[in-house]
Ligand binder design. Sequence first.
Ligand SMILES: [Ca+2]
Length: 384
Amino acid sequence: MTSLSAGVVLGSIGLLVATTPAMAVDRTFETEKAVIAVETVADGLDHPWGIDFLPDGRMIVTERPGRLRIITQGGAVSAPISGVPRVDARGQGGLLDVTLHPRFEQNRLVYLTYAEPGPNGTNSTAAARGRLSPDGTALTGVEVIFRQEPKVRSIGHFGSRVVFDGRGHIYITLGERFHERFRGQAQELDSLLGKVVRLQENGGIPPDNPFVGRPGARPEIWSYGHRNSQGAAINPETGRLWEIEHGPMGGDEINIPEPGANYGWPVVSFGVNYDGTPVGTGKKDAPGMADPIVTWTPVIAPGGMTFYRGAAFPEWTGNLLIGGLRSQAIVRLELDGQTVLHEERLLERLGMRIRDVAVGPGGAVYAITDETDGKILRITHAER
Ligand SMILES: [Ca+2]
């Protein structure tokens, strides 16, 4: 396992090229492997959380207060798409991830995760899917395909990335809801707090899930003992799920969830509680609990992540790109299998919280910023 500390800060020299807003190349940066150009595609988005790409290159983006929009490569922002479920937009809650079905071109299916309101101020993470109308203005036939149980009173730690494995399943990462009263349920198999679940694309239970048929265990569960995972991606080399989760004070971690495995929260952690007291046993590992492949102290506070593949940055092929909130960077990891060889932090000079990062048309990298005036940034290769 690799332990990464504050990180090697590289000489990202910001050259101010232009100060005009959208569509101008805002800046170029010298980075380790490439000179990159960063431009603002769109702004004025209220805490954008998830981004994906339509087959024609337009973006579909969530805003946490409950809006879903389509944005052109030229930066034109649509009116909110109708049909989005009602969300509980308090604290970290709201409309969260958006992912298109791998065969979207045929079936028009859009998957959303969100904080679903329950009775008496409770909520939990849910997932719904619907078909995008031909004109792109509405989701139709919207059905809720998953609900995290139990619903609790908390406005924190919802997770929740939704990822297709390309073999008929989705994974959804689920937070443990933050509060001391609930977080222990991350270790309990009859609760969906602090889990990664694996479902069929329609929300059904895959018969080969690890806890199918075990009395008292939820058959949706793929892995458990997770804290708050807001990033997940399939490694295209192996086809396996990787997830990244927030530690408390210290101890952010990446895991490669094995079916039925326990990732330790809140029994073991590489961090400590926010008041400085030890987490659980005060130990970093324990028998029967899986270690992360990499951990960060101090934290990067990870949002979404993606494995890079694309024409624009051959230098980054196979790298893991992670959106950093507290770290205000895109964290680029060079990997050899499950070993992290090297870390670079991109865009630190911009001072923006990066919520999600994705690869778009031509292999350009897109990042969304977690601000009231949230932006979509496009990162392309510039000439040296
Ligand atoms: Ca862990």
